[in-house]
Design a binder for this molecule. Structure first.
Ligand SMILES: [Zn+2]
Length: 446
């Protein structure tokens, strides 16, 4: 239902200043006031009393592969945005590859926007792609509203999205820096990958050895050098190697314009627990050892790693073969990311405020959406997740909204049940019941 005037009341509202009992006033989809808990409900407003459930800003997931159009049997806007809504995510930014066409020209961006328009249950924005041959398209894409540009430094996994060599990276980054855009990078060095043992087969240890930490470390060092030289903004996607952390910390301390994300699977799953042949755990870079994971958590805590995004990258089940070398690489986590991260975070002594910072405030800032998204504060969109943080559930693939219900989290018991999700003041899902799509298409505004 839609209410022009609304007040949401909870004993635990997560605001940028901390968690407190409050009433959040909403008018025409925008937060107009954060009032004391027992403030009178504004005249004409409907009260939604959430009791002790936590009211947090809707999550902003800046790393999602929707694959629509072109590979919609893998995932599509209808299913992906329903999964997002069910998981407390109210904004997602779609990756430029695995759809056909990829988002590498303005014309292709418009194709994607048309396809997404009437299927989006949450707000959707788009990254552009930087390919060896589309330097001329980068500025027009920037002006058309993409949030930045994705590039690979090693083969992407799909033929239509080739990677950049060192010279091409320098050329694309110089162009992007000329309009102060953002380059987001899959950083694995192809020479390191080629030199690693490529055994193939069902053993996870062999797969792990085929994607060594050194491939990430080398590519990140190269990226930092280019960012420093060009004074350009760069973002490291899906960091897995903890060995790269000192390099990243030093570059940041030096003023390099660098941000870094990691993903729920690196923070909550370990190489030691992956069964042989279980390619639902395959992604690149790979899930590494428990000791590596501990250092990623430390880096999140001290700010070396900025944010957490899903890198939701599904395929059909038949592509998840038991041979790790040839199985599709990608983990489906959209609906489960909040619960997965919160479960580990609470075990490690972090608060929900931290999770909100990593998965909403910082990701909104990364995409330049922090004037509209990422906080419960006056002037922001009234996007919320209502969470019962101490309730648990056991992951049943049948309960997932993803098009393909392949998940590395099957059977895990997780803390944090999303009771409802709200977009611009409208409750878009509660107890598994969805409204018709209310999402809007977002474009970069600054
Ligand atoms: Zn990805």
């Amino acid at each position: 239902m839609s209410d022009a005037e609304l007040a949401l009341r909870s004993t635990r509202v997560i605001t940028p200043e901390g968690t407190r009992a409050a009433s959040v006033a909403v008018s025409a989809g925008t937060i107009t006031a954060v009032l004391p808990y027992d403030a009178p409900v504004p005249e004409g407003a409907r009260l939604a009393d959430l009791g002790d459930d936590v009211l947090l800003p809707g999550l902003v997931d800046t790393h999602v592969h929707v694959n629509d159009p072109g590979r919609t049997e893998w995932e599509g806007f209808w299913t992906a945005t329903r999964a997002a809504a069910a998981g407390g995510i109210t904004t997602l930014v779609d990756m430029p590859l695995n759809s056909l066409p990829p988002t590498t020209t303005v014309e292709n961006l418009h194709v994607k926007q048309r396809v997404a328009a009437d299927k989006a249950h949450v707000d959707v924005g788009f990254w552009g792609g930087a390919l060896p041959d589309n330097v001329k398209d980068l500025r027009p894409l920037h002006e058309a509203g993409v949030f930045g540009f994705k590039a690979f430094l090693s083969p992407s996994g799909v033929d239509e999205f080739p990677h950049l060599d060192q010279r091409q990276l320098a050329r694309s980054l110089a162009e992007i820096a000329s309009f102060d855009g953002l380059l987001i990078v899959h950083a694995e060095d192809p020479r390191h990958l080629a030199a690693a043992p490529q055994q193939g087969g069902p053993k996870y240890a062999d797969f792990l050895a085929s994607r060594p930490r050194g491939a990430e470390d080398t590519a990140i060092a190269q990226l930092i050098a280019e960012a420093r030289r060009l004074h350009a903004r760069v973002h490291v996607l899906h960091l897995s190697s903890s060995d790269a952390l000192p390099l990243i910390a030093a570059a940041k301390a030096d003023g390099v314009r660098l941000t870094v994300e990691t993903c729920p699977h690196y923070l909550t799953l370990t190489a030691e627990e992956v069964p042989d042949g279980a390619s639902e755990f395959k992604c690149c870079p790979p899930i590494r050892e428990a000791a590596n994971q501990d250092l990623l958590w430390q880096a999140l805590a001290d700010g070396t790693v900025d944010c957490v995004v899903t890198d939701h990258s599904p395929s059909t089940a038949d592509l998840k073969t038991s041979d790790f070398a040839t199985a599709w690489g990608g983990i489906s986590g959209l609906q489960l990311s909040l619960a997965a991260v919160w479960t580990q975070a609470r075990r490690r002594g972090h608060g929900l405020e931290d999770v909100v910072r990593w998965m909403s405030a910082r990701t909104a800032a990364l995409a330049g959406l922090d004037d509209r998204k990422g906080a419960i504060a006056v002037g922001r969109d009234a996007d919320f997740a209502v969470l019962a943080p101490d309730e648990t559930f056991t992951v049943d693939p049948a309960g997932l909204q993803h098009r393909n219900r392949v998940t590395a989290y099957a059977g895990k018991t997780l803390y944090g049940v999303v009771k409802s999700t709200w977009l611009r003041g409208e409750r878009i899902v509660a107890d598994g019941e969805f409204t018709p799509p209310k999402g809007r298409l977002l474009t970069r505004t600054h």
